[in-house]
Design a protein around this ligand. Sequence first.
Ligand code: SAM
Ligand code: SF4
Length: 480
Amino acid sequence: MTENGKKRLFIKTYGCQMNVYDSARMADVLAPLGYTPVDSPRGADMVILNTCHIREKASEKVFSELGRLRAFKQAQEAAGKDMVLAVAGCVAQAEGEEILRRAPQVDLVFGPQTYHRLPEMVVRAARAAGKGDPKAGLLDIDFPVESKFDHLPEETADPGATAFLSVQEGCDKFCSFCVVPYTRGAEFSRPVAAVLAEARRLVAAGVQEITLLGQNVNAYHGAAEGGGTWGLGRLLRALAEIDGLNRLRYTTSHPRDMDDELIAVHGDEPKVMPYLHLPIQSGSDRVLAAMNRRHTADDYLRIVERLRRARPDIALSSDFIVGFPGESDADFAATLRLVNEVGYAQAYSFKYSPRPGTPAAVEDNQVSEAVKAERLAGLQQLLGEQAEAFNRACLGRRLPVLLERAGRKPGQLVGRSPYMQAVHVSLPALAIQRLKGQLVEVAVEAVSANSLTGRLIVDAEPSHPRPAAPSIATRSRISA
Ligand code: SAM
Ligand code: SF4
């Protein structure tokens, strides 16, 4: 309990941006019960671990964290106070009963689709404790008929200059390696009016950049007020009309859902940033088919071509999995060829990790750890070289940067370029407070594989320059 009688709420978030968004909404749901977010589990009245199940060791990490938290909970109890310990998110969805069995200190376990019921769960857990049954362990991992979005309160925290806005959840695609369709449930899009209303509230609270979120965000098909449904392209156009909203992004997209309207919006709506995370996973058609991705490497390259025709300077990012069951040296070489052909500004790459319950996990042609490690190192070397080359091409350029937060070094603010690069800017102490949250013009003076460093251009009007991008052919020479 804080000095003003508020209860302390500590949320630890693992995994993707959707979990970051969900954690913020959990804090909103609990605010009317007097919970206020704090930065440490020590002395907290409630601790929530919002978990991710996408790769291996996720659940082991959660169990070891729960072990650590048991000591904090015991310290609270020794002081005559209580600590509600909750596990949320995809590990909770997948392993709820196992958590309650292995970690009896846990009071609540709930999945990603039920956190709007948190106040009710907290009261029920407290009632169980009052009846002398403090270890009743409440489990709520339904996929309820009602949408949590219809039951969430308006956002309470000051969002800052950038915010996430969840527009789509779940997945019906069932890639053979992935747990998301099982932990997040079927695909669902929020109605257009609800998305626009949330965006307007965020902008009124000072947000200048919104990133639309969804496991398959470009599969968005939200009900429109006049009837029918809107795709993501149309939604982005409507959002771009909001005064004061300067930048729009969206993630994560599936190649199959990159439709004409969405590609066109990159060409003619300047508020849509020239950056796209478009995972392909592998450059081999054989592996893509085994992954059930339902597109070929060539389909992907054609999409990239059309995107670059619409917005020549668009920066691309992707996810890759190496060592998928049955992946041969030739399949892996096809991935390297595709990376060379596309030329990425940045990318994420992972060793395949068998997820219980997914079809690929029971394939008998698993790739050895040593081969996975070797392929991952080779791929990351190439992707790192491309990221550095992309950043180097920005040296000497002026870029508009939305300064979001304090940097690691004193006197520094960090923001993002249109291409999603982190940009560090050193500023006089007096300017820091004034410029935090502002869109400014920066001259890029130094680059690394991960970020840019620049100098503020005073009195410059922020702009969205469209530097010529190297052609795909030039890009393929970045690294052999
Ligand atoms: N919906 C997105 C798509 O289809 O590209 C991806 C969502 S998933 C949450 C994020 C990334 O995690 C995937 O793109 C994939 O690269 C990686 N991933 C998912 N399951 C994995 C597994 N079993 N092993 C390794 N990486 C995995
Ligand atoms: Fe998972 Fe994305 Fe495939 Fe859906 S489309 S199953 S979220 S990787």
